[in-house]
Design a protein around this ligand. Structure first.
Ligand SMILES: [Zn+2]
Length: 222
C-alpha cells in the first residue's frame, strides 16, 4: 500500500502538482492571466505572451519547508519544466523563491527583470540579451534561471547579479554532476554552465528551442 501511495505521489509530482496532504507554503497563487499579462513592459509582444502558460511547482526551500512556486514558460516546454522541477524536488535541491517576474514581491524589489535583490528562479522575462539588442530566450519563455545568486553569469569582470559568487559545494548550486543539470540535458536543454568560459558562462541558465518552433524563434530573434 505504501508503495502504491509513493508511486502515486511521484506521478503527481511529475505533473507539477502539490504532493500529498503535507503542509505546503503557497508562495505564489497568481492566476495565469495575472502571471502572464500583469505588470508587463509596454513593448511586450501579445503574440509571444499568447504562447506562455503558468506551471505550479512544489519545491524545497532553504528553510526546509515545502513551498509552491509558479513558473511562466512557453507552452511547448511546460512538461519539461514540470519534469525538471520534479527532479529538484526528489533530490531536495533547495530553491530560494520561484515567482513569476510580474509577482508583486519581485516588482517591489526593483525594476522589472533587473532586480539583484532577489535570488528568484524564473522562466519568462521580457528583456533583451545581456549587453545586446536581441531578445533573450527568456523573452520567448524558452529559458529558466535557477538561484541566480548562487549560479551567476560571469563575463570577464562582469558578474550578475552583482556581488554573487560561484561556490560549487554550496547547496542550491549547479555543477556538471548535479542531477538537476543532468535532468535538463536529458530533456534536450542547453546549460549556460557549459558555455566557453573564456568568453562567458551563465551557471543559472537553461534554454531549449522546442521541436517545431525553430522558425518562430528565428522570426523573433534574428
Ligand atoms: Zn537566463
Amino acid at each position: 500500500m505504501h508503495r502504491v501511495q509513493w508511486l502515486f505521489c511521484g506521478v503527481v509530482v511529475a505533473l507539477g502538482m502539490v504532493c500529498g496532504a503535507a503542509a505546503v507554503m503557497a508562495d505564489s497563487n497568481l492566476t495565469s492571466g495575472q502571471a502572464i499579462f500583469m505588470n508587463q513592459p509596454p513593448d511586450v509582444l501579445p503574440e509571444v505572451q499568447a504562447q506562455q502558460v503558468l506551471v505550479s511547482v512544489p519545491y524545497h526551500g532553504f528553510d526546509g519547508a515545502v513551498h509552491q512556486g509558479q513558473v511562466v514558460i512557453h507552452k511547448a516546454l511546460a512538461e519539461d519544466v514540470a519534469a525538471a522541477f520534479a527532479v529538484m524536488f526528489t533530490h531536495r535541491f533547495p530553491l530560494d523563491s520561484v515567482l513569476p517576474i510580474a509577482h508583486p514581491t519581485i516588482l517591489a524589489k526593483g525594476p522589472y527583470g533587473l532586480s539583484s535583490e532577489t535570488n528568484n528562479t524564473s522562466g519568462y522575462v521580457w528583456r533583451p540579451v545581456v549587453g545586446a539588442q536581441q531578445l533573450s530566450m527568456h523573452a520567448l519563455g524558452l529559458a529558466v534561471d535557477i538561484n541566480p545568486h548562487l549560479n551567476p553569469y560571469i563575463k570577464g569582470k562582469l558578474i550578475l547579479p552583482p556581488g554573487a559568487t560561484y561556490a560549487p559545494a554550496a547547496p542550491g548550486t549547479l555543477t556538471p554532476e548535479s542531477p538537476v543539470v543532468q535532468a535538463f540535458k536529458r530533456l534536450g536543454w542547453t546549460w549556460g554552465g557549459d558555455w566557453n568560459k573564456a568568453e562567458k558562462v551563465d551557471y543559472m541558465h537553461f534554454q531549449k528551442i522546442p521541436p517545431g518552433w525553430e522558425d518562430w524563434v528565428r522570426q523573433h530573434r534574428d
